[in-house]
Design a protein around this ligand. Sequence first.
Ligand code: KG4
Ligand code: ZN
Length: 358
Amino acid sequence: MKILSIETSCDDTAIAIVECQNDFENLSTKILANVISSQTKLHAKSGGIIPNLAAREHEKNLIPVFKEALKLAKIKESDLKKKIDLIVTTKGPGLQPSLLMGLNFAKTLSYILNKPIVGTNHLLGHIFSNFVRNDEEFKNNIKLPLVVLLVSGGHTQLYKITNWNNIELMGETLDDASGECFDKIAKTLKLGYPGGVFISKIAENFRNKNKNYKLEFNLPKPLINSKDYNFSFSGLKTAVLYLTQKLKKDKKYNKKTVEKICFETEEVITDVLVKKTLKLAESINAKTIMISGGVSANKRLRSKFVEKINNQFDFLCPDRLMSTDNAVMIAVAGYYEYLKNKQDDCLLLEVDSNGKIE
Ligand code: KG4
Ligand code: ZN
């Protein structure tokens, strides 16, 4: 079936048209259009997202993005009713003003075209961003039980999946998400937004030039040895703030120390994420570890997983373009819900801005 999906939970206006086939275990996907209009430049000025500004941009962008998606999928507006079988939109979690824009657009389409609609969960979308692959490695490695590390700007969570009807949250951050920590540290260091992208580029260059560098700043690795599967990153953010203040006072704050801070930040965040994920995977005898969300685009995180897993588990990560927010993953999550008969009534569908995966 052909799915038109809409994602506006945060600062990207994204619309995709995806063909999904078969039951979920044998899913095959074909992307007919994947359009993303990013608001990065707008929010770079403030170093973070201002919800009302983001909503206003969605309002401006939705129709042009929609038209572009139709053009890419070679669907004429007059053929929409014939060519599209299902409308999917993100209903949460996310910024309420942003969510409302996409949801309202989707509801209008569903009503006018008289097509079924599914309001899906953004986090489920991130998990299923891994399913936008039809290659053999994916098909061979998607074995249960499975552990998912979901790391984005707003979430850091560990899930256990023993069967596809049961996605169980095992732990999450008690304060800041790992992506948020990257973003806030980048703001302290005045590097730009989204912070993870800037920090990881600087860290990678530093690593290539300083192969034998030993960590100097003793940054905290919060909850790395705790018995549960929770995370905490706000202490690390504060530690970097104090460190930069001290370096400035001692007149040692310069390009080189900023590079070191970026490198060390990435090291401690990735150490904590990998260690806790492996701990959960070992405790449930998982067959596969899967990562998802914006921070899963991080090359160091990916290489650390490959190194530490050491063939004990199969490892899956999404195509890097699928790691960050997009509407293709929302189409797949909607298809999953549709197969479970979780359709919504287009008149009753509401935003669920704190939404947990049900
Ligand atoms: O999943 P996402 O696109 O949006 C949310 O749902 O939040 O994630 C955005 C987050 C931002 O915090 C950004 O800094 C982080 O993903 N991010 C990265 C990288 N690319 C994006 N963090 C570390 N390394 C990266 N390469
Ligand atoms: Zn996201």
